[in-house]
Design a protein around this ligand. Structure first.
Ligand code: HEC
Length: 145
């Protein structure tokens, strides 16, 4: 009888543990599907971006700039250096996070310039930095898997 009681207690304990395990798992899944905000440090700038949203918003850019930012009919976006230039309104300037954001907001994609502004432009700029130019990002990008 004592043995049986211990067995029953063991089973209750096990199912409790299993329950906690399931709840624990679904908790972390919820976190993964929510917005994943990170704060990047790029020079003196510290933008807060959602890299997953940025990846999604980069989709319409792929045809011209390449799925890996390698360039196609449009310039590559995967080889930024500390002295890279970016032209806005035909005026060249040193590339920074906010210049990249401005370029996307004001001039990209050509013919559909209002389709990615504000948060969208910030997220895509963050994606472009972390995905292909993380050497210029001091902190905030997820480590490569
Ligand atoms: C229809 C083709 C096309 C699409 C789509 C497009 N671009 Fe461009 N993009 C260009 C061309 C052409 C240039 C070069 C001329 C210029 O700077 O305006 C350019 C330039 C750029 C530059 C400046 C690159 C440099 O080295 O000066 C950035 C940054 C950029 N695009 C980002 C984007 C992003 C982000 C998207 C998606 C939201 C996008 N583009 C969609 C054609 C495109």
């Amino acid at each position: 009888m004592k043995k049986l009681n211990e067995l029953a207690r063991g089973i209750v304990l096990l199912s409790l543990l299993a329950f906690v395990g399931v709840v624990g798992c679904s908790d972390s899944e919820t976190v993964e599907t929510g917005p994943t905000l990170v704060t990047l440090t790029i020079g003196v700038e510290t933008p807060t971006v959602d890299l997953d949203a940025g990846m999604d918003s980069y989709m319409p850019c792929q045809g011209c700039h390449g799925a890996m930012g390698q360039g196609n009919t449009a310039p590559a976006l995967n080889a930024f250096t500390p002295t890279s230039q970016i032209s806005i309104g035909g005026v060249p300037d040193t590339l920074t996070f906010s210049r990249l954001q401005d370029k996307i907001e004001l001039e990209m994609p050509p013919g559909s310039e209002t389709s990615c502004e504000g948060t969208c432009a910030i997220n895509v700029a963050g994606y472009i930095y972390c995905e292909w130019n993380s050497a210029l990002v001091t902190s905030g990008c997820p480590a490569a898997p």
